[in-house]
Write a protein that binds this ligand. Sequence first.
Ligand code: FES
Length: 113
Amino acid sequence: MSDFQTVCRVQDLAEGESKTIVLGTKLIALFRGADGYYAIDDVCPHMGASLSGGCVEAGIVTCPWHAWRFRLADGAWADNPRIKICCYPVRVLRDEIQVQAAGAASGPSEVPS
Ligand code: FES
C-alpha cells in the first residue's frame, strides 16, 4: 500500500472546484465538495473524457461528454452501481491535500489547463 502524497494545498481548490492531478501513472480527478474532498479516476471509462471537468450535483459527477454519472464517494456508475471506477482516500494534513493511490510511483503534478 502506498503512502499518501501531497497533491496541492487547501487554498488551491475552493469548494465546488475540481482539478486533474497526475499521481505516478494515474490521472485522478480531485473534487472539493461542501462535505469534503473526493478523488476518483479522471478518465471516463466510456470514451476517455476528463471527469474533473464534469458537473457535480448531490455527490455525483456527470461526464462532460456523454453524461455518464459517477458517485464521488465510491466511484460507482450511478446508473449501474455494479460498475465502478477507482476512488482514492483523501486526507488533509495541515494545509496539504493528500491522496493515497496504490501503485503511483512518483510524485504528483497538475495537468496544465
Ligand atoms: S466519455 Fe464519459 S460518458 Fe462518454
